[in-house]
Design a binder for this molecule. Structure first.
Ligand SMILES: Cc1cc2nc3c(=O)[nH]c(=O)nc-3n(C[C@H](O)[C@H](O)[C@H](O)COP(=O)(O)OP(=O)(O)OC[C@H]3O[C@@H](n4cnc5c(N)ncnc54)[C@H](O)[C@@H]3O)c2cc1C
Length: 221
């Protein structure tokens, strides 16, 4: 049976990414990086399950989700974009996606950063962030999710590339082989990759080409 929860707070944290704080059902446990199927608690929507990742600490009293809203497409996230405090969601059981398996290099495309937020916040709390680097790829600087918090946590180990930054002084680029060589340097480490399927496929392929070991690649199965 799904858990009915109330939305307590919402806010847009980038032009198309919305943060939701919701009730935490009693005894509801997850590990950093896990996700759950979410439905809108409204007639006609209960069976439209969409996976989203917990971004809060495992000990948090409330659950947090950070969700990219696809406003130009009539799906569930468009509806989530219109929801407010007091509205209801249905949460299913947490399931594994990406879990932390030791220090390494995290590479996220857009909202693919959500499991890494959970993992890095957890490590930060335990004072175990050392040895980890996060590289995020976004369209523009305005699209970076939790820019300030991640910069504070990771300092020079927080790297950003922008694919559509039409501003003088910024280099527009996708993460290509050359970018990886410059930014990663050491391919003898763990790599965590999350984002849209083509992004994960591309990046994983390039990492393997550059000498990363297949068993050191952590991607969502
Ligand atoms: C394990 C897991 C965890 C996830 N965690 C998160 C998270 O924490 N935060 C987050 O933001 N996302 C997360 N996602 C992705 C998220 O589940 C999807 O973005 C969401 O399900 C989209 O739902 P939707 O109903 O709006 O779109 P759907 O109708 O399900 O469409 C899915 C995708 O297809 C595209 N699409 C389909 N049809 C059209 C169309 N006609 N026009 C334009 N585009 C179209 C959309 O761009 C969208 O990306 C996660 C996915 C997985 C598998």
């Amino acid at each position: 049976m799904p858990h009915p929860v109330k939305i307590l707070r919402t806010e847009f944290i980038t032009p198309d990414v919305k943060r939701f704080v919701v009730d935490r059902p009693k005894g509801y446990k997850f590990v950093p990086g896990q996700a759950t199927d979410v439905a809108i608690d409204r007639p006609g929507y209960e069976d439209q399950l969409r996976p989203f990742t917990f971004t809060c600490l495992t000990t948090a009293r409330r659950l947090e989700f950070i969700i990219k809203i696809y406003g130009d497409h009539d799906g569930v996230t468009k509806q989530l974009g219109l929801m407010h405090a007091g509205d209801g969601l249905l949460l299913h059981e947490p399931f594994g996606a990406i879990t932390y398996q030791g220090p390494g290099f995290f590479i996220a495309g857009g909202a693919g950063v959500t499991p890494f937020i959970a993992i890095l916040r957890d490590l930060h709390k335990k004072d175990k962030l050392k040895g980890n680097t996060l590289l995020v790829s976004n369209h523009t600087a305005n699209d970076v999710i939790l820019d300030d918090e991640l910069a504070k946590m990771l300092g020079r180990h927080f790297l950003k590339v922008f694919t559509r930054q039409h501003v003088i002084g910024f280099r527009e680029r996708r993460i290509d082989r050359d970018t990886l060589v410059v930014l990663v340097q050491n391919f003898d480490q763990k790599f965590y990759v999350c984002g849209p399927d083509p992004f994960v496929k591309d990046i994983s392929g390039m990492l393997l080409d550059l000498g990363a070991r297949a068993e050191s690649l952590v991607v969502e199965e």
